[in-house]
Design a protein around this ligand. Structure first.
Ligand code: HNI
Length: 141
């Protein structure tokens, strides 16, 4: 689905922002909760205030999963299979929310990358995050 050029662009950019990997996830989640308040209902057991250590730690897990995805761009379905089952069978996250988080991740990437968040990088990440969302949604059928 992703072209060879898109795959290499995603891998390069992901390496570039690796030094911010501990912040990107938490910042994206915070944006998700602020921009789309109903998403907070999935985290009733979390402290959702700004600066929350739980959000920070959870963000690191999300980014680690995305790193696994970036390393397995040819085989996302298998690489994220367990995570897909978890979200579908245990957490029962409405798949619409994956798109919302993808948007927030893209805003944060744009903030960190500045001018390097070119239209090509934006398009590649949009495709990549849509593919991740599709895999996380595929067990709902
Ligand atoms: Ni998600 C747990 C990755 C989108 C709600 N999620 C996880 C874990 C990872 C993860 C990794 C930890 C699994 C574990 O502990 O074994 N989540 C991802 C990724 C995306 C995503 C890669 C999309 C890019 N998750 C979402 C969305 C919601 C969501 C959009 C809801 C709005 N996730 C959860 C909840 C948990 C969770 C709830 C459990 C949190 C906890 O620790 O109790």
């Amino acid at each position: 689905m992703l072209t060879a050029e898109e795959q290499s662009l995603i891998q390069k950019v992901w390496e570039k922002i690796a030094c911010h990997k501990d912040e990107i996830g938490g910042e994206s989640l915070l944006r998700l909760f602020i921009s789309y308040p109903p998403t907070k209902t999935y985290f009733p057991h979390f402290d959702l205030s700004c600066g929350s250590q739980q959000i920070h730690n959870h963000g690191k897990k999300v980014v680690a999963a995305l790193t696994t995805a970036v390393k397995n761009l040819d085989n996302l379905s298998q690489a994220l299979s367990e995570l897909s089952s978890l979200h579908a069978y245990n957490l029962r996250v409405d798949p619409v929310n994956f798109k919302l988080l993808s948007q927030c991740i893209q805003v944060v990437l744009a903030l960190y990358l500045g001018k390097e968040y070119t239209p090509e990088v934006h398009a590649a990440f949009d495709k990549f995050l849509s593919a991740v969302a599709a895999v996380l949604s595929e067990k709902y059928r």
